[in-house]
Design a protein. Sequence first.
Length: 302
Amino acid sequence: MSKEEGWVSGAAGTILHTKDGGNSWTAELGGDPHAQGPDLKHLFFADATHGWAQAWNTLFRSTDGESWQPVDGDIRGDAFFVSDLKGFHAYGAKISASNDGGKSWKDTFVCHAKMEVNGLTQERDCDLYTLDFPTAKVGYAMGETRVTAKTEDGGDSWTVLVGPDEPGDQHVFSVSFIDANTGYKVRSNKIFKTTDGGQTWQGLIATLSQGYPGVKFSGPDVGWSLRGSTWAYTVDGGKRWTTREVHFPTGVVSFSLPAPDRGYAVGDHGMIYRYRVVPIDYMSKGTIEAAVMPGAGQSSQN
């Protein structure tokens, strides 16, 4: 949520919380690596106290940032909350909405799209599974080939945008919008940018890790894509990307970017690394050298 305060989730139903930029962590849920519990692979906070953590079809909720309670129901697809009460999740062709913090859900949209396939116009159901709301009113849902579902009225109605048929894998597993019209998405290991609210997308020149790496931006200029040991970053709004191999002890599986000069990377075996700007002569156990973000004026290390 900020440079200093954040949460991380993982195996055995574990959620950890830091208030000092990662120097120390407190277990809020789980914490025993040998315990039985679901893998919490999706963690999201709407503000400093209201958060949600998801396993495959299970949702947990916090209203104070410290204690967690299970939320009843079968909830599949990554959830995204625009406030402490209002949220959405997409799974299959459906988008569902909640107005009570996730306690109850109602299907609000079923995605159908007309598209030309091999010269023939067909109508198909859409498969949606990733969501992003840059504002409380404007949101995007993506997943299956060529389809973007967009709302401009806070989820009351959705419009389906169909892109051109292109070679290669067009499924989208990661999307990040920095405002209502400007956003980025990753297809396989290629990144695309839109500046017109998803009407058109332009491919960017960037070397990303294989698979489906994530993409996240902190403000209009600085963005990261990080998975395994491959770190790609931009400092000019995606115009140019630099890729470096970073020798983490184990591969990165997820990351956050709360500020242009602060990031966190997590991986197996409890690995958590912090990116920040430090004096050039700074040394600490496990430090890995990294590139400096703009305006720092010093060497930067993890």
